[in-house]
Design a protein around this ligand. Structure first.
Ligand code: DHE
Length: 560
């Protein structure tokens, strides 16, 4: 049955599709009932397809398939499109960002067939994940009183890099001075980001499977001291940074269930779970799956800035009184995704990537300051890049997923009121498919990747702009230098993509991940920021699929 196509299956035997239980991110979920014209799929196949969907598809299309970064895949749409269409789309992908799962070899022909059939039937509704489930998964591995009272190692912690080893479900802690891998630590599945506590002591890591791992960098050998699962799918974790509240709380946002949880900053004990389900900010229609995207800690108030993707709302969550939780709900735009602070840390800028806008929030007043149209397609800043433009003063920059443009937004309403919250310049970098942009207060360069560009050479290179040479004429694009990072890595096998520039603590070196397939060699390439020459290549069999890199000091102090 597994090999047959839905066309042959209209009246397949009901016995071939027995309702049972399956798993989603290790959770048991009930398979929904089969309708008479649904393609036949066995319980075992359903289980496998649910797992593949969770691991590969849900991030963009949503667990309930309502769409966001990816198109909606509800059965009214998929049945209209039909099996052949779905099979070919999954196989070949699209220039708009759908990966070519079949031709890239990531999914076998049989799995592509399975997924095309799976999309023709209703998605399973995964279970909720509340306090009992969180408490069940919560482990304090080393109690606060048993942890060191002072730093027990000679590592220059501020210059450690926490490197995501995506497909290994691990992070590597790499010494920013010697390039030595100090530790490789098991974390959640396809770990997404790392964040540092206000004190710089604790590192928090979140997996796509919503597992949060808290690592103590003071231990002789940095190791996890607490862990918890906060749902079945998640992307963001952060800690309280406001004066007087340093290291007090941690927060994690999840995609499924759509909610965030505030936890004790020393043990990860879950304290308060808040659902983000509700109405879309403008239409005021109910959305069942408004996922929590980026979360940042305010430096101006005891508040977390929680970005809710599908409803387009930015929540300023006041953590000073969890019993009487005050939240300021800011109407922004959809679909909120990633963002960062300006150089003064007062303003927060976040991409609303379905509407090509950047929402600007004043974290001092907890109010929307502006919605800026970037003029490009799908802004994707990471945390963005702050620098002083020779003509326009302080700016924050984003690149775009959907085109080759870089947009600069003025961020200095006092000194440069005419430029504030406007696009002061927009120019071309290497190509579409850019994910991250970066500079550092000590650097005179702006780095822009093109990770998801369909052209192999482009996706393994990086554009570098000289900030001092950016002119005041918006009709003249600044020139850039192309760094062949992938080539410098000297990897013979595969087609690695270059992703996410990150600076060392001194702001003298910039690190790039050369991200290859799981079974192929990857690397980290270190570039000298002054000369733009190759400084070092880090290779190690443990460096499996490196993607994000988070320098402890830069992440702790929000320097970017
Ligand atoms: Fe990310 C940040 C979500 C795919 C690498 N990613 C983020 C954030 C969100 C997000 C919400 C902001 C977190 C914050 O600041 O609190 N990412 C998603 C997705 O939903 C998406 C599109 C699909 C998915 O299934 O996850 C996705 N992301 C990817 C990747 O494929 C990347 C390139 C490789 C990987 O490791 O998975 C990737 N995302 C990153 C990185 C950051 C990030 C490196 C942090 C950038 C920074 O400098 O802050």
């Amino acid at each position: 049955l597994a090999q047959e196509k839905p066309a042959d299956h209209g009246d397949g035997p009901a016995a071939a599709y027995e309702p049972s239980m399956t798993t989603l991110g290790q959770l048991q979920v009930e398979i929904p009932g089969r309708k008479p014209d649904d393609p036949v799929i066995t319980g075992e196949e359903f289980q496998r397809a649910t797992q593949i969907y969770f691991e590969r598809c849900a991030g963009c299309h949503g667990v309930l398939r309502k769409g966001a970064t990816g198109k909606p895949l509800t059965t009214d749409i998929t049945r209209e499109a039909g099996y052949e269409y779905l099979q070919s789309f999954i196989t070949y992908g699209s220039p708009a960002g759908m990966p070519n799962w079949g031709t890239s070899g990531e999914l076998s022909e049989a799995d592509v067939d399975l997924m095309a059939r799976y999309l023709l039937i209703e998605p399973p509704a995964p279970p909720e994940f509340g306090m009992p489930e969180m408490k069940d998964s919560w482990k304090v591995l080393v109690a606060p009183e048993d942890r060191p009272k002072e730093k027990m190692n000679d590592i220059d912690i501020e210059n450690l890099m926490s490197v995501t080893l995506r497909d290994a479900g691990e992070i590597a802690l790499i010494d920013g001075n010697s390039y030595e891998i100090k530790e490789v630590i098991k974390t959640g599945y396809a770990v997404h980001i790392s964040r540092i506590s206000a004190s710089g002591r604790y590192l928090f890591v979140i997996g796509r499977d919503a597992k949060v791992t808290m690592i103590d960098l003071w231990m002789e050998k940095p190791a996890p001291v607490a862990e918890i699962k906060v749902g079945s799918e998640a992307r963001s974790v952060e800690t309280s940074k406001f004066e007087g509240w340093e290291d007090k709380y941690a927060i994690a946002g999840s995609y499924w269930p759509p909610q965030y949880v505030i936890m004790d900053g020393a043990t990860l004990e879950p304290l308060k779970i808040v659902s983000t389900r509700g109405n879309i900010y403008d239409e005021q229609t109910y959305h069942p799956e408004p996922r929590v995207a980026s979360i940042l800690s305010s430096h101006y108030k005891p508040e977390f800035i929680v970005n809710v993707k599908e409803t387009g709302k930015i929540l300023m969550v006041d953590y000073s009184d969890l019993k009487n939780l005050k939240t300021t709900e800011i109407e922004a735009e959809r679909f909120l995704h990633d963002g960062g602070l300006d150089s003064t840390h007062r303003y927060f800028m976040v991409a609303a990537n379905a509407r090509n806008k950047i929402a600007v929030v004043d974290t001092k007043d907890s109010k929307l300051t502006a919605l800026v149209d970037t003029g490009g397609a799908t802004p994707h800043p990471g945390r963005g890049a702050n620098f002083t433009h020779p003509a326009y003063g302080p700016v924050w920059a984003t690149s775009h997923l959907g085109d080759e443009s870089v947009a600069l937004i003025g961020t200095d309403p006092e000194g440069h009121p005419d430029q504030a919250w406007k696009i002061v310049d927009s120019f071309y970098a290497l190509g579409g498919g850019s994910l991250f942009i970066k500079t550092h207060p000590e650097s005179k360069h702006l780095y822009v990747d093109a990770t998801l560009n369909p052209d192999a050479e482009t996706s393994s290179s990086v554009a570098v702009f000289k900030i001092d040479e950016m002119g005041g004429d918006p009709n003249v694009d600044p020139e850039y230098t192309t760094l062949p990072i992938g080539e410098w890595a000297g990897i013979a096998d595969g087609q690695p993509r270059v992703v996410q520039p990150e600076f060392n603590k001194q702001g003298t070196e910039v690190w790039f991940s050369v991200w290859n397939a799981k079974d192929k060699e990857s690397a980290i390439v270190v570039v000298d920021d002054k000369t733009l020459e190759l400084k070092h290549v880090i290779k190690d069999p443990r460096l499996i699929t490196p993607t994000g890199k988070f320098n402890v000091l830069n992440t702790q102090k929000d320097i970017y």
